[in-house]
Design a binder for this molecule. Sequence first.
Ligand SMILES: Nc1nc2c(ncn2[C@@H]2O[C@H](COP(=O)(O)OP(=O)(O)OP(=O)(O)O)[C@@H](O)[C@H]2O)c(=O)[nH]1
Ligand SMILES: [Mg+2]
Length: 328
Amino acid sequence: MPEFWEAVGQRWQAAVDAAGDVPDGRLVTEELRRRDRRELSGTIAITGYRGAGKTVLRDGLLNRIEQNYVPPPKSLVDELHRFTLERGRDLRRMGLVVVPGQSSADRSDSLARIFDPRREIAPAGVIHVVCWGHNTIDSVQDRRTIRKEIEASGREFDLGALQDWNRQAELEEFRQVAEHVGGVWGRNSTPWLIIAVAQSHLYWNAIERAAHHYVPGWPDPDEKKPGQPVPGQPVPGQPVPGQLGRGHSVPGREPEPESEFRQDLRGLVEDMRTRGQTRIAVLPLASYPNDYRFDNIRIKSGLGAAEGRNLMGTFATTLGEFCDLGTR
Ligand SMILES: Nc1nc2c(ncn2[C@@H]2O[C@H](COP(=O)(O)OP(=O)(O)OP(=O)(O)O)[C@@H](O)[C@H]2O)c(=O)[nH]1
Ligand SMILES: [Mg+2]
């Protein structure tokens, strides 16, 4: 299915390119009032590992992120909401359920309930949130445990080790979710899945490498190519590393093997009977572009609020398309 993944890659690139643009603003999302009990067109499930940015993404979709926004504490139970996707006169009322990312019986129960194959109605679609190893861990105890596990594996604790640890945990979590999703997709003729690559403001200067990790078919930006320039030298006509819209690459390395995440995503889609109708997107997000902190590790945001909003605009447009909202 190379063309299928090529289209997914083009959508990703379009979102990256549009980060510096003014969003078209025609698609609006809004939280529904509690009293509004009109019928929903379906429910969207938001899944992903702890501290990836699910609840903050929810707040973005519900239009709750304003100047004095305070990020939510970790989630322990399902978060249920209703919101509208609106473009011109076309409107969809959708339910939203955020599955908590912390390992717990509640989380397992929640996944089993939402993706129960005996249920008549499966979720209309799934947003699975990943963050290329930049999970926020609020609890001191949990940070200490991660640190100890890394050191026990014989590795020094640093940013690279932390990200590898998080990415491994993220992969294991994705496998669990993919199992559930695969179970219900067999019966749903038009399933969709968006991989939300959140907190991209923390690695915008390496966004190509994140794309290589998450987007099947995306080339390794660091791969050695014949006649490639010496590492560290600027390439005429090429954007400067770290510049908005393009990632940083280190030419001259051997190609990295396809990530396990990518293989699993590919497997999930290609194993399905309905794969021709499946809609998949992998999109960058920066719902709340602030700096990152994990003990003494700090990362500065590479994007501002405007770019974060633009990425959200592109994300919402795809969401509207997947929820069959009209295009004008
Ligand atoms: N800087 C930055 N921080 C973010 C962003 N999204 C989330 N965070 C931070 O990460 C923390 C966790 O984000 P949440 O959205 O609560 O994470 P979650 O995926 O819901 O995690 P659980 O509730 O533990 O499953 C937040 O408290 C923020 O501090 C983002 O876009 N930018
Ligand atoms: Mg949460």
